[in-house]
Design a protein. Structure first.
Length: 272
């Protein structure tokens, strides 16, 4: 089948676009891998990850509500973080996927941890890559970003914030690709989504995670130093922390090969 783009209804107001990457050998099939992207992205954010998983797993890359090829949201839409999780559960149901591996980058990793805590019957294991447990510190940044997007447009905001997000390791061509990807996001979606962001905090849910969990961060992440990440990671029973060198907090984007290998090795060690 190779890669296929589908659109699946998850409610009266939204269709989720989802990329299905299938290079499976019928006699060597393992459970599906679902990859959840971050703010102002789409499932394309994980394109470099696909080769590491798609030979043995169906890879499922949804565009979250409002993003990519999914239905855009209006600026007055009220996002609920739990509602994003409900969308993913409905998507799994529609695709008839019972239990999956979950991978998430940035707020997609936060969502992956939430889903693992709330729907343990659907998750085999989870990897949170460059993901915060809490985004309440964005209560000042989010309104500033909304104002800039309103006045200058999405691309101007993406360009101004890229250095903090992706750090200093990527070549100009890679930065241009990420800027182009993120700039496709509708301003109305970001207006609505950024009103929700400062309310997101899954810290209290982490001790409820009873599935194998891998957390990946960097030594210079702008979303929290290593000690603060370790503090919440250790509340996930039996979880593992990997720390990579670098000044990017979007390590799934800046170090996709290293991260994908580490996640694949983590998943491969599990009995499913």
């Amino acid at each position: 089948m190779a890669s296929e783009l589908r659109k699946i209804g998850v409610g009266e107001d939204c269709e989720l676009a989802v990329r299905l990457d299938d290079y499976l050998l019928p006699w060597d099939v393992r459970p599906p891998v679902v990859m959840l992207h971050g703010l102002a992205e789409s499932g394309e954010a994980f394109r470099r990850w696909v080769p590491y998983f798609a030979t043995h797993h169906l890879v499922v890359r949804p565009d979250l509500r409002g993003y990519g090829d999914s239905t855009p949201m209006q600026g007055d839409y009220v996002y609920r973080f739990a509602g994003l999780g409900d969308d993913i559960v409905r998507l799994l149901d529609a695709l008839k996927l019972d239990r999956v591996f979950l991978i998430g980058g940035k707020i997609g990793g936060t969502l992956a941890m939430h889903l693992t805590a709330k729907h343990p019957d659907r998750v085999i294991a989870v990897a949170a890559v460059g993901a915060p447990a809490s985004l309440t510190s964005f209560n000042e940044r989010a309104p500033t970003w909304r104002k800039q997007i309103h006045e200058q447009g999405v691309e101007a905001w993406v360009r101004e914030t890229t250095a903090g997000r992706l750090g200093s390791s990527l070549p100009p061509a890679a930065l241009d690709w990420w800027i182009a990807l993120m700039s496709k996001t509708k301003a109305s979606t970001l207006e609505a989504f950024l009103q929700m962001v400062p309310t997101v905090d899954v810290t209290g849910e982490l001790p409820s995670i009873r599935r194998p969990a891998l957390v990946i961060t960097t030594t210079g992440s702008g979303l929290g130093d290593v000690n603060s990440v370790k503090a919440w990671q250790e509340t996930i029973p039996g979880s593992k922390l990997e720390v990579l060198p670098g000044d990017s907090y979007h390590v799934a984007a800046t170090d996709p090969d290293v991260c994908a290998r580490k996640v694949r090795e983590f998943f491969d060690r599990l009995k499913t």
